[in-house]
Write a new protein. Structure first.
Length: 96
């Protein structure tokens, strides 16, 4: 298996960790999402957890099911210091 991009690898790990923290099985996650009108298969869930590649709408549904945020599923910490932002973000003009 090829090495994952570190960011994508962090997403894969965060997806697996979020489900593990809930104690939900793959089948339970699939059932919860189906109740919300979002149909996936256990194989699709495993694929997201293995690859770290997931659509934003699916990540949002999973975050709701797991009681967490999309940022957490992306492997991001809740609070980051200002000096960790990319130079592109720091150079953007302030809002209106």
């Amino acid at each position: 298996m090829p090495l994952l991009d570190p960011v994508v690898g962090a997403v894969a790990m965060a997806l697996r960790g979020a489900r593990a923290r809930t104690g939900m099985t793959e089948q339970q996650v699939v059932a919860v999402l189906a109740e919300q009108g979002f149909t996936i298969t256990p194989a699709r869930l495993r694929g997201w957890e293995r690859s770290g590649v997931i659509r934003v709408d699916a990540a949002s549904r999973l975050a709701d099911a797991y009681g967490t945020t999309v940022d957490a599923l992306a492997g991001r910490r809740a609070y980051r210091s200002r000096h960790h932002r990319s130079p592109e973000v720091r150079s953007l003009p302030a809002g209106p």
